[in-house]
Design a protein around this ligand. Sequence first.
Ligand code: MGD
Ligand code: MGD
Ligand code: MO
Length: 762
Amino acid sequence: MAPSQTSLTHWGAFTATVRAGDIASVRPWAGDADPSPALANLPGSVRHRSRITTPAVRRGWLDDGPGPTTRRGADEFVAVTWDELVSLLGDELRRVAHDHGNEAIYGGSYGWSSAGRLHHAQSQVHRFLNCIGGYTYSRHSYSLGATGVIMPRVVGTHDDLFKRSTQWDVIVENTDLLVCFGGLALKNTAVNDGGTTAHPARHALNRFRDRGGRIVSFSPLRDDVEGPCDWYAPVPGTDVAIMLALAHVLATEDLADRRFLATYCTGYDRFERYLLGLDDGTPKSPQWAASLCGLTAEELTALARRMAAGRTLVTVSWSLQRTRHGEQAPWMAMTLAAMLGQIGLPGGGFGHGYGSMNEAGLAPIRCALPRLPQGINPVSTFIPVAAVSDMLLHPGEPFDYNGLRLTYPDIRLVYWAGGNPFHHHQNLPRLRRALCRPDTVVVHDPYWTAMAKHADIVVPSTTFAERDDLSGSRNDPLLMAMPRLTEPYAQARDDYDTFTALARHLGVEDVFTEGRTSWQWLRHIYEKWMATLDFEVPTFDEFWAAGQVRLPTDDGLTLLADFRADPAAHRLATPSGKIEIFSAEIDGFGYDDCRGHPRWFEPTEWLGGRRAADYPLHLVANQPANRLHSQLDGGAASQSSKVAGREPIRMNPHDAHERGVTAGDVVRVYNDRGACLAGVVLDDGVRRRVVQLSTGAWFDPADPADLDSMCVHGNPNVLTDDVGTSSLAHGCTGAHVLVQVEKYTAEPPAVRAHQPPVLAPR
Ligand SMILES: Nc1nc2c(c(=O)[nH]1)N[C@H]1C(S)=C(S)[C@@H](COP(=O)(O)OP(=O)(O)OC[C@H]3O[C@@H](n4cnc5c(=O)[nH]c(N)nc54)[C@H](O)[C@@H]3O)O[C@H]1N2
Ligand SMILES: Nc1nc2c(c(=O)[nH]1)N[C@H]1C(S)=C(S)[C@@H](COP(=O)(O)OP(=O)(O)OC[C@H]3O[C@@H](n4cnc5c(=O)[nH]c(N)nc54)[C@H](O)[C@@H]3O)O[C@H]1N2
Ligand SMILES: [Mo]
């Protein structure tokens, strides 16, 4: 095994030195001008104390058999052999499928797992479950739950908004004004699904400024834009009101491009009646918006005029749609951009996800990616992904989704590989109750996350560093070899090998493996992919020896340029073939929380509402700068940001002072759903009455047997509301929540999040 090897994570490529079965150090990939600080989480990650060393079964499940229980998360575990694990789990899958049907297996298994096309955990688990008769699946993502449903109805696509976004070079050369709702957080551009080998955003913004470009940022956090910008910090959650006010100025000052609206859009007239208040008596004027958002009418009016005076790109971060009524922000921003009439012109129009993910602004590769075929799922039952607790708590009950009336299935077995619901889901006390309901919970993970601790059957997975794989990302020109860096730790196995053993136990080994080892699969998916290409790439052996292959990209793209150039030849995949400012279909669904055109809905969690009397601080639960989600929270980069051992909460000094709190204090953050401890950082770049606590600290209940226990480590999802964006999309709404903060005066309990649970020998 070579002591120094190149590989890749979702947050960047690197060369690692390997010592004593672990990553000893990493050096960023030479081609990466702006590597992620999260690379520093990798050294020591293979043999970290939070690794799962052995197959394990929860004591209560082993003694009493499957069934609903409140003991999940509180019981001890019993170490079992791999043979025992395979027969216990295989028999349980057979029992559930036989007695209740495959619909009773929830295999959505949402989560990012690791980069690597073959060992991608979700692909593996889906392929396996398809081989045994299928599973209830999930749709869309926590990232883009609202966008994924609304934008196909508005512009006929959501993927292409990111994959074929207006590229940085085009912005640098053409844009005068970037108006960014949710800022342009460079910390988030560290990451790309599937891996990323370059981080051009910071450099692009510098070049943009050098050319005279200006940035306007609407955000509760000043550092959502690094460097000079016009920073507006409105009341969080009022962006749609602000966009309406800007639109109102365009409409009433003859600044709207009516020719663009007539040619490329449908339904502007209906929307304009609402905008002008013709039916409800409330014009959505700057004065109206000012009373909601806390900015002045003059500021909004001046900005609207400025936007109409040059080449303007309106961008919306993904966070704006991860909140109740999250459909409205991207829809309204698209409408505002349409009124400016610059959609499809270089550097103008609409953008979604600059500063959310690295891919926005990057050139797409000119081919699909190699992939592990997942087979066909014979079960058609699904849920919108963020409805997982609703599903488990309400079997047999109907719910609305995107014009459909669906029914929650009766789930008996929950199967998770490659995700961490205790990271991603809202209202963790409610999730814990939901996880009491099924007969059996199965988790594959390399680490003892809170989800693994809540499982009945725990399967130790390898990390990407312990197996051979290849990368691939739709907006990254390099496909990289990801050679095994070291031996599998303790008894960890590749998910592929676990599923192969289970498939053998269940009599479908040939169907699952098609007779291939994982190394043979790697070659196979590369060669199958190669055969589909209309350009030359090296053979698999050449690729593996070289360590990478560079793929051709589509350069110089402007979003929707084709449509603008020829709207008949490039009809959008919407009912009208145009941008739907008014959607007759959505209107026809009759939902009271998402109507026929974008509009202002009063948020549920915001400083302007009644709830703020009890919980007067607006908590922004954004993405962590020093890690990806909950991954490698025990690593050096993540640990270096902790305060008093807890996740840092940033507060405005005034708000801290009012509470007798100072930097370095441990505070209790709470509302009526739950509470957590966090360590205080003071920052006047945080808007007053806003606090920021990123996601990703591993959930750590003070008393694991108490379903309502406080988290002593600082996971904001003990506080967030588990409610969908609307009846249309039912997307995740974890971005915002109202809280109160108080100094924690007792001795703070020790953080045990990264300790394994009690593990008894068989
Ligand atoms: N409050 C709030 N909540 C949020 C958000 C928010 O903004 N606010 N953001 C949401 C968003 S956008 C997202 S995408 C989600 C992210 O939620 P997740 O994707 O669930 O979070 P991760 O921490 O990436 O979880 C991945 C898990 O996979 C494991 N893993 C890694 N490699 C392997 C492997 O090879 N095999 C197996 N079996 N496991 C592996 C890791 O150890 C880790 O436990 O969180 C969501 N939650
Ligand atoms: N370093 C790092 N990067 C990541 C990730 C990570 O875990 N770590 N996760 C990746 C994933 S899976 C995803 S989906 C993306 C998510 O990308 P986003 O959802 O865009 O990311 P966030 O950090 O939640 O939000 C960006 C900023 O929006 C601001 N904001 C929040 N709510 C509002 C609002 O109502 N109005 C306004 N104007 N601003 C608001 C916040 O100040 C926040 O810092 O990030 C990706 N990038
Ligand atoms: Mo995400």
